[in-house]
Write a protein that binds this ligand. Structure first.
Ligand code: SF4
Length: 398
């Protein structure tokens, strides 16, 4: 599979945006219905995080919002009526309420979003009645709150600085403002975390009466402070057996409370699945705005340059400079479809996949890892435990 990023000569500060070569209205078979917006500011850098973010000094928020609004206005000609908008980061709720007002006004001016699921990621410390009022008035109907843990010791290990009690407070504020859906992110397999402590985190989250929960096991991404500490021998990572026990506990506990696992790490009450993330996992199309945001339209993939200075330095008339531009590639698209589709409860569409993969699917079925239902392949609970390994087996056959 050739996934070598290509460089297209041209634009100052980066390469020509792939959308420049497409005509609005002719972007593949369907209009683009999902939009991701990246707001890069954070209080400080959490040790496990490899998202593009920088410590907010409040002096660039206004210039950033000006540039973002210009970019969104340019991107709008490629969008149909939106089914989802997701504002992530960074910490989007660090943006000042007056700037949020301008951003929301821009979205309403240029996009059709009345039917959209509209999510904003939220740090519990930043939730205020004023901000949530502005968000709700602007059509935000879902908040995703980064709780990670309710245990101060484990938050400290992650270098997350928030008071765990503020998670519940943020959820109450969202409800009072009329934001209908609340999700919380949790992390397990934190060094030093016991199974009973993870159970307490799950219980605390369940007591909040959420519609949606994301539960990720801690991963050690390259170039993060957490990985440097691990490599220095500062702590022992959680052992695999404990991690498996934590995952099984998650599954049993959340199912017993009415949450269905619709993706390896995501649980929702029926109908509360995150529409925007499903668009990613189903390999639909999405537009991307803000530094480091990744887009996918008409088979093209790209990433906006992950540097605020470069992003701000560009002409208001241009789309963002890009890196990692990949043109349409049938084989890559097939690999991505299998890779992310296998992580979903609904499984992956097996039509047009090569015979070698069908052979492997039958082998995985014999092992009890996979169910074949017509044109769909779906992992069983046992298969979900091994999802990454099974996906790699399939990838090796493409
Ligand atoms: S708040 Fe989120 S985006 Fe910001 S550094 Fe922490 S994990 Fe990363």
């Amino acid at each position: 599979m050739d996934t070598t990023p290509i460089t297209i000569a041209g634009q100052r500060g980066g390469v020509v945006h792939p959308l420049e070569s497409l005509h609005p209205g002719s972007t593949g078979t369907a209009p683009v219905q999902a939009l991701y917006i990246h707001i890069p500011f954070c209080f400080h850098k959490c040790h496990y995080c490899d998202f593009y973010s920088l410590v907010d000094t409040r002096d660039r928020q206004e210039a950033f919002t000006d540039r973002l609004i210009a970019e969104l206005a340019r991107l709008a000609s490629f969008a149909g009526p939106l089914t989802s908008i997701f504002v992530g980061g960074g910490t989007p709720t660090l943006l000042r309420p007056d700037l949020w007002r301008r951003l929301l006004a821009c979205l309403h001016e240029h996009y059709e979003l009345d039917e959209a699921e509209f999510t904003v990621e939220c740090n519990p410390e930043t939730a205020t009645p004023e901000l949530f009022g502005v968000l709700a008035e602007g059509g935000v109907n879902r908040v995703s709150i980064g709780a990670q843990s309710f245990n101060p010791t484990h938050l400290k290990t992650l270098e997350r600085w928030h008071d765990p009690d503020n998670v519940g407070r943020a959820i109450e504020l969202a409800r009072s403002a009329g934001i209908a859906c609340q999700s919380v992110d949790l992390i397990f397999a934190i060094p030093g975390q016991a199974l009973a402590e993870w159970r307490e985190d799950l219980d605390r989250a369940i007591m909040l009466g959420l519609e949606h929960l994301s539960c990720y096991s801690l991963t050690y991404e390259p170039n993060t402070a957490m990985t440097a500490r691990l490599n220095r021998g500062d702590f022992e990572p959680a052992n695999e057996d404990l991690e498996t026990d934590m995952l099984l506990l998650t599954l049993d506990t959340l199912r017993a409370h009415g949450y269905d696992r619709y993706e390896v790490s995501n649980y929702a009450r029926p109908g509360a699945e995150c529409r925007h993330n499903l668009a990613y996992w189903r390999q639909d199309q999405w537009l991307a705005a803000g530094p480091s945001a990744s887009g996918h339209v008409a088979g093209w993939r790209w990433k906006n340059i992950p540097r605020l200075d470069s992003y701000l330095g560009q002409s208001e008339m241009s789309l963002a400079a890009t890196i990692d531009v990949e043109p349409p590639d049938t084989k890559r698209a097939m690999a991505e479809r299998v890779m992310t589709g296998l992580r979903l409860r609904e499984g992956t569409d097996a039509r047009e996949l090569p015979e070698a993969l069908h052979h492997e699917a039958r082998r995985q079925r014999a092992l009890g890892h996979l169910v074949i239902e017509g044109d769909r392949w779906r992992l069983t609970d046992a298969g979900m435990m091994l999802a990454d390994g099974i996906a790699s087996e399939f990838m090796g056959l493409l």
